[in-house]
Design a binder for this molecule. Structure first.
Ligand code: PEP
Ligand code: CO
Length: 453
């Protein structure tokens, strides 16, 4: 009997429609929306059910302390800033971080990109006002355009289809990079881009890369056939995004022919954001019925009772690897807000993977007007996360980071510090500020140190 039949509670990919759905755009044209969704329903799946199951197994291992999860990528992918080079550079930094984390911790890194589908953004405000003009907020490239004019900000359902196609093209490249030689461990030096290599973090990375090469030479000298070891030559990079636009997610949800279970084939892992985790809301209803591994963001107002309700609803079978809880409290709040949640989940005996998103609780507006984050606050939240987990005897199972492979100046600080006056130099994000490649590497070294302890 499949899980679908075992838990047959009348769920279908459309039952969310009877619930209040937060953060959905007001599409101006129902016919155009239906045309776009019909188009998506006819498209091939982007990922396969079997892949989602493999990721679930890897997350289950991470839950036992046998792996560490790195979720990383843009806050919002963009239709305009779309290029093979940008995808390659993002993968490079993820591979570099993953090597640093593995080398430091001795456990595998499960690599999950906020990529190939991370286009939709929840907004705190419906509208944005500039110089006395008020327009609908930008909700991500799946919905409207970033440009501040009336036509650009009008939701356009054709964008849903464009998001699908860009996701497919991105995923194709990600798979090629992951399996086609780029991610081969013998290229560990080549991942270090020039603007990174010349920095403090880059030199530190070079030292690790040299050690790894030495270890590979040693193994070869021992008579191990390195060519035959697939793990040295290719990697898995899984995809994830916030499952925000439920029409889009529903249209890409398919029944697996092997198990009969439903999978949301838009990505391997889907997460529920801080603004849409209402246990009785449409997002929780939708994701409860698909068998992909799931994430939920938990902000500082989350109560223990809410977390338990979410665990019960999203993982009634208590399946290991099914649920990742992302603590995103803010550096000043986490010491007080996270321990009661950890405790409650432990008492209830729910198997979850605890991970930390140290980005979204630490955003503020700089005096220059730019939205930014301090590297020090991000690290402070991570340090607290590790300490709180340790005190509760829970494995700190992963981090969730907004980053880019480019040399941007969006977050303050890091070993080669970005200063307030630098923000305007290379501020390119369409949504939240991202760590640049150097800051990302810096963070990986610090997290590896925390893991080692
Ligand atoms: C995000 O991950 O970009 C995001 C909006 O996060 P949160 O839901 O935690 O605010
Ligand atoms: Co963000």
């Amino acid at each position: 009997m499949s899980m679908a039949e075992l838990f047959d509670d009348g769920w279908t990919p459309a039952t969310w429609r009877a619930r209040p759905a937060a953060q959905q755009p007001e599409w101006p044209d129902d016919d155009a929306l239906e045309t776009a969704l019909a188009n998506l329903r006819a498209m091939p799946p982007l990922v396969f059910a079997g892949e989602a199951r493999t990721l679930t197994e890897q997350l289950a291992l991470a839950q036992q302390g046998k792996a560490f999860v790195l979720v990383a990528g843009d806050c919002a992918e963009s239709f305009h800033a779309f290029s093979a080079d940008a995808i390659r550079d993002k993968l490079r930094v993820i591979l570099q971080m993953s090597v640093v984390l593995m080398y430091g911790s001795g456990v595998p890194t499960v690599k999950v990109g906020r990529i190939a589908g991370q286009f939709s953004k929840p907004r705190s405000s419906q509208t944005e006002t500039r110089d006395g003009v008020t327009l609908p907020s930008f909700r991500g490239d799946t919905v409207n355009d970033f440009a501040f004019d009336e036509l650009a900000r009008r939701p356009d359902p054709a964008r849903l289809v464009q998001a699908y196609h860009q996701s497919a093209a991105t995923l194709n490249l990600v798979r090629a990079f992951a399996k086609g030689g780029f991610a081969d461990l013998s290229r560990v030096h080549a991942w270090n881009q020039e603007f990174v290599a010349s920095s403090t973090e880059g030199r530190r990375y070079e030292a690790v890369a040299a050690e790894i090469e030495r270890a590979l030479r040693f193994m070869r000298a021992c008579g191990i056939d390195l060519e035959a070891e697939l793990q040295l030559h290719e990697v898995d990079v899984w995809t994830a995004h916030e499952a925000l636009l439920l029409g889009y997610e529903e249209a890409l949800t398919r029944r697996d022919s092997i198990t009969g279970d439903w999978y949301d084939c838009s990505a391997h892992l889907l997460w529920i954001g801080e603004r849409t985790r209402d246990r009785d809301g449409a997002h929780v209803e939708f994701l409860a019925g698909v068998r992909n591994p799931l994430g939920v963001k938990l902000g500082p107002t989350t109560t223990p009772e809410e977390v338990i309700a979410l665990c019960e609803r999203l993982n009634p079978a208590r399946e290991p690897g099914r649920l990742v809880l992302f603590s995103r409290m803010g550096a000043d709040a986490i010491d007080a807000t996270l321990p009661p949640l950890l405790q409650a989940v432990q008492n209830a005996g729910h198997p979850v993977l605890w991970a930390c998103d140290p980005m979204h609780g630490n955003t503020f507006q700089h005096e220059s007007g730019y939205k930014t984050r301090r590297f020090d606050d991000i690290m402070r939240e991570l340090q607290s996360f590790f300490a709180v987990c340790k005190a509760a005897d829970v494995w700190p199972g992963g981090v969730h980071i907004e980053l880019t492979g480019e040399d941007v100046t969006e977050c303050l600080g890091g070993a080669d510090a970005v200063l307030g006056a630098d923000l305007e130099r290379q501020y390119e994000t369409m949504c939240d500020p991202r760590l640049n490649a150097r800051q990302s590497l810096d963070l990986a070294f610090e997290v590896a140190e925390l893991l080692r302890r």
